[in-house]
Design a protein around this ligand. Structure first.
Ligand SMILES: Nc1ccn([C@@H]2O[C@H](COP(=O)(O)OP(=O)(O)OP(=O)(O)O)[C@@H](O)[C@H]2O)c(=O)n1
Ligand SMILES: C[C@](O)(CO)[C@H](O)COP(=O)(O)O
Length: 228
């Protein structure tokens, strides 16, 4: 049977570290909102059949705009933490997604996604029973610190920085996230929920331009990568 591919975009954050008047997913880059860039790049991947965008409950404008933008897009209401928003998106796919279908989770705050990175992720994980994530090897020397004292230098050959999309089998991710959140585990990405469930996600090397917009200085950098 054909394995289908769905996407969930958590876009319900408030952007505290950005400190702007609106959540960062609505700030403009090259004249268009961050969220619009993100969706355009995901929707450029032909394999993606449906994108669920998890929005804040008090967001008055975007549900209608997004629903009109592409028939593959639907919205749902996110939650208090990123993991809650992702789980809401996964539940919104319950009627469509089969247990072994792929679901890729991609931050609204990563608008510089390269569709060829998504194709690479899908190709390298084809047939994998679990899934995996785009990631980047660490380029800095890493220090373990107590207070302001360096207590160790970490072996960076084993350290990768997690990016999104993160691609997993639908049932495996949904169950892992449900159980990890219910247990109060610290879950900052999908891979951490899957690891918590005892599985070993794979890494696929991504592009350094796939930055997460977090602080004001990230905006000009994102425009640089979007122009490329
Ligand atoms: N309750 C939340 C929190 C975050 N996110 C989303 O998760 C992604 C990555 O999170 P982050 O960069 O931490 O965004 P914010 O939570 O908005 O930022 P901050 O932590 O600075 O408040 C963003 O697309 C954000 O909208 C979400 O959907 N629901
Ligand atoms: C999922 C993520 O983008 C991977 O780097 C990241 O963990 C989200 O970061 P947050 O700031 O903790 O929401």
């Amino acid at each position: 049977m054909k394995v289908r591919c769905f996407a969930v975009v958590p876009a319900a954050g408030s952007g505290k570290r950005m400190g702007a008047a609106v959540p960062k997913q609505y700030l403009e880059l090259l004249g268009r909102p961050v969220l619009q860039h993100t969706l355009e790049r995901l929707l450029a991947v032909a394999a993606v059949e449906r994108v669920v965008v998890a929005l804040a409950a008090d967001d008055p404008r975007w549900p209608a705009l997004l629903a009109a933008s592409d028939p593959r897009v639907m919205t749902t209401i996110g939650g208090a933490e990123r993991g809650d928003s992702v789980l809401a998106g996964l539940r919104a796919l319950a009627a469509e997604a089969g247990p072994d279908d792929w679901v890729m989770v991609h931050d609204a705050a990563r608008p510089c996604l390269r569709p060829d990175d998504v194709e690479k992720l899908l190709a390298e994980l084809k047939g994998d029973p679990v899934g995996g994530i785009l990631a980047l090897p660490s380029v800095d020397t890493l220090k373990e610190v107590e207070g302001r004292d360096i207590v160790a230098t970490v072996d960076r050959s084993r350290i990768w920085r997690a990016l999104t999309p993160q691609l997993f089998r639908y049932r495996l991710l949904t169950e892992a996230l449900e159980r990890a959140l219910a247990a109060g585990a610290t879950i900052t990405d999908e891979a951490s929920a899957v690891e918590w469930a005892g599985r070993r996600p794979k890494i696929v090397e991504g592009h350094p331009g796939n930055i997460k917009i977090t602080r004001p200085e990230d905006l000009p950098l994102a425009e640089f990568y979007l122009r490329q």
